[in-house]
Write a protein that binds this ligand. Structure first.
Ligand code: SF4
Length: 125
């Protein structure tokens, strides 16, 4: 697994100039459409509580020990709890079938369960 794949859509750093930096590059507000064409609307990232935080808090290393994983995920989820775009983030991860990391306050297993739940009840999301 390529960590770059996991982090491709991560708002790793805040540019402070109206641009959002991702692990995979930087897009300015004027260039948002290019990113949107690939991933869908990502303007909500500008309001993300995790913006500017370290990606590794949300994306653990391969082979991470269970206790470390649980501690890290709990810290990441605590950030998500206070995030104003949590629902949009979760929808984005589900729509793009993102398999790694914490998105919308859920880890990959939890998102799989959420995806199945929504498939059973498509109007209850
Ligand atoms: S819900 Fe969590 S992962 Fe998603 S943008 Fe907000 S803080 Fe970041």
């Amino acid at each position: 697994m390529n960590p770059g794949t996991r982090l491709a859509a991560w708002p790793a750093k805040s540019g402070g100039t109206g641009e959002t930096s991702w692990a995979g590059g930087t897009f300015a507000p004027g260039g948002r459409q290019a990113a949107a064409g690939i991933l869908g609307d990502v303007s909500w990232l500008e309001r993300a509580a995790c913006r500017g935080m370290d990606g590794p808090l949300f994306f653990g290393p391969d082979g991470e020990a269970r206790p470390d994983l649980e501690i890290r995920e709990a810290k990441a989820k605590a950030v998500c709890q206070r995030c104003p775009v949590r629902g949009l983030c979760l929808d984005f991860a589900l729509r793009n079938s993102i398999r790694y990391g914490i998105w919308g306050g859920l880890n990959a297993e939890e998102r799989t369960r959420e995806r199945r739940r929504r498939a059973r009840r498509p109007y209850a999301a």
